[in-house]
Design a protein around this ligand. Structure first.
Ligand code: SAM
Ligand code: SF4
Ligand code: SF4
Length: 373
């Protein structure tokens, strides 16, 4: 049974130090393992209208759960200012996430502000959003009009009973499928569909999902169930490996591996031998991709995390609200990235009961719903 946690915000995240010598961003930052900074994921809310069993289990995220108060959230102006600093450091891709990002009031306005940012060479950014799809039918057109390029939709099953068991709020799959259609019609494609596979829960849906999306403009990606956060009661026995996913699909619909588009691509790609599209596999458990990880994450309350499995963040909001200049903030961000050495998935150890290594005493990994996927 998952342990009850009340605290979601990470109180152990100090404000980063401002280097004595300020440095202008060069767009060429590299961390301690030589990895660039290319991708910023921004969590715009810690709230969600789903209670996915692997992410926000009901028994932990119940009516007494202490979500962040509105005053803790970064404003749209604050988010845009931080994003601009990251862009100057080399970030080319922004992804809005959460919680459920479409629950953040007026998120279209934020998208409009972010879409006006340009890289140092004047190019527009790749602006995307990950959603559970529940509000997409209503919002797709406004998101596109505001400047969003693409969406990724999480969908764990086509079977209504299984889908409702996974979202745990009785949400019908037909409404998410309508959201995918609306996003496609609005020009938010090619749409990626993310399916987290949990053994015994939805693994019987692997082949039906593959069959459903084969030959459509949407790209289905299978995600190994991860030991992220501290509340989902993760166990290795509940992980279905990507190689098993490929085996099951290829038994019915032959697959051929595809070379990566670029270094750092999280999904391994396979295409259908008959030319009817491709699938992606995100193997965070069985095949770590830390060596190319160029992602930073900004939490809803403005803490910077350099790894999904971090227990501590760096409080950029404190700098923002302390009146620090762009030069000071940018130098602090650069200094943090330069010492980054995170590679949790490569060093994860799993004990004989199938449980992944715990945090050090007094530390707790941040929740996926707080930091975003
Ligand atoms: N609410 C939005 C959604 O579900 O798409 C965005 C936030 S959600 C935290 C981002 C992604 O993380 C989703 O695709 C979700 O399936 C994935 N995710 C959440 N918990 C996970 C876990 N334990 N293992 C693997 N993926 C997980
Ligand atoms: Fe909500 Fe997304 Fe987490 Fe599901 S995966 S509970 S939709 S934040
Ligand atoms: Fe990146 Fe951390 Fe995931 Fe490795 S474990 S891929 S460093 S987020």
């Amino acid at each position: 049974m998952a342990e009850k946690i009340i605290m979601l915000g990470d109180a152990r995240s100090p404000a980063p130090a401002i280097p004595a010598q300020l440095e202008a961003p060069t767009g060429l930052l590299a961390d301690a393992l030589g990895r660039p900074l290319h991708d910023l994921r921004i969590s715009v809310t810690d709230r969600c209208n789903f209670r996915c069993v692997y992410c926000m289990p009901k028994e932990v995220f119940d009516k007494d759960y202490a979500y962040l108060p509105h005053s803790s959230l970064l404003s749209f102006e604050e988010i845009t200012r931080v994003a601009a600093l990251f862009v100057a450091h080399g970030v080319e891709k922004l992804r809005l996430t959460g919680g459920e990002p479409l629950l953040r009031k007026n998120v279209e306005k934020l998208i409009g502000m972010l879409s006006a940012l340009r890289t140092p060479s004047g190019a527009p950014l790749d602006l995307t959003l990950t959603t559970n799809g529940s509000l997409l039918a209503k919002k797709a057109r406004a998101l596109k009009d505001a400047g969003l390029n693409r969406v990724t939709v999480s969908l764990d099953s086509l079977d209504d009973v299984t889908f409702k068991r996974m979202n745990d709020v009785d949400f019908a799959v037909g409404d998410v499928l309508a959201g995918i259609d609306a996003a496609h019609a609005a020009g938010l494609g090619p749409i990626k569909i993310n399916m987290v596979v949990k053994a015994g829960m939805n693994d019987a849906q692997i082949v039906p999902m593959a069959r459903h999306f084969k030959g459509t403009p949407s790209i289905l990606r299978f995600i190994e169930y991860m030991d992220v956060g501290a509340s989902n009661g993760w166990n290795l026995a509940e992980v279905i490996s990507s190689s098993e996913v490929v085996r099951r699909i290829a038994a019915e619909m032959p697959l051929v591996p595809v070379l990566a588009n670029y270094a750092g691509e999280t999904a391994a790609r396979w295409r259908y031998a008959d030319g009817e599209g491709e699938i992606g596999l995100i193997s965070s458990v069985t095949q770590a991709f830390c060596k190319d990880c160029s992602r930073a994450r900004l939490s809803t309350e403005g803490k910077l995390y350099t790894c999904l499995f971090a227990t501590r963040g760096h409080d950029l909001r404190a700098l923002l609200r302390d009146g620090r200049s762009d030069a000071e903030m940018s130098s602090a961000i650069g200094a943090l990235w330069r010492v980054r050495a995170d590679r949790y998935s490569e060093t994860r150890t799993i004990n004989t009961s199938g449980i992944a290594n715990a945090e050090a005493p007094g530390e707790r990994r941040v929740e996926m719903s707080y930091i975003g996927g």
